[in-house]
Design a protein around this ligand. Sequence first.
Ligand SMILES: [Zn+2]
Ligand SMILES: [Zn+2]
Length: 153
Amino acid sequence: MPSTCSILKKLKSDYPTITFQPAEDYLWSPSQQTVYYAEDSTDKDGCAYLLHELSHGLLRHTDYDRDVKLIAMERAAWDRAQELASGYDLFINDDLIESNLDSYRDWLHARSTCPNCGATGMQTKKLAYSCPACSHKWRVNEARICALRRFSI
Ligand SMILES: [Zn+2]
Ligand SMILES: [Zn+2]
């Protein structure tokens, strides 16, 4: 059976308090203390994503109330993942990390741009923005969780 990531077994024994569960996509669940990982044997970046989600757990990342915080959490989790990777003789490509963070930046940009005048809005509540230029207020859809998508580099 092809494995998702060569160090999965090792991670399980090194982090016995964290559950590793196969799923559709990579995700850290704070309430279940579980790293969900995609069973995709063709994905050579599987280890990187696995370590990234584990890092969210080790950094005790939970919910966030402002979208910019999510970007900071993503960055921190990648930094930790890189540290972890070196301990397992692995290396996470910077391009992978940057393209991933870019997807969050694009998402944030799309949400925070005023639909009325195009200025950058201020987040007032978890799902609400307000424009400092024209006072327009708008709501955004459900906040994003860390569900990583694949990108071709
Ligand atoms: Zn505006
Ligand atoms: Zn993440």
